[in-house]
Ligand binder design. Structure first.
Ligand code: SF4
Length: 64
């Protein structure tokens, strides 16, 4: 699966980073960077959690 970010929608709350710190982070400018866009196996649960917690639905998981 692939994590996709709708960049204009993202408001930089960072909740996704808290849910999946090994997959994404906010940079110094407050922009979200997806460090590991292609996820599989044990990465799927934190990726799903990140999608779930985003308050503006800026993240989604799609078939790679
Ligand atoms: S939780 Fe949503 S709005 Fe906040 S940084 Fe992550 S993608 Fe952006």
């Amino acid at each position: 699966m692939r994590i996709e970010l709708d960049q204009p929608r993202c408001e930089g709350h960072g909740l996704c980073e808290e849910a999946a710190p090994e997959l994404m982070h906010l940079d110094d400018d407050g922009d979200l960077v997806i460090d590991v866009p292609d996820v599989e196996g044990p990465q799927l649960e934190p990726a799903k959690a990140a999608v779930r917690v985003c308050p503006v639905a800026a993240l989604r998981l799609v078939q790679a």
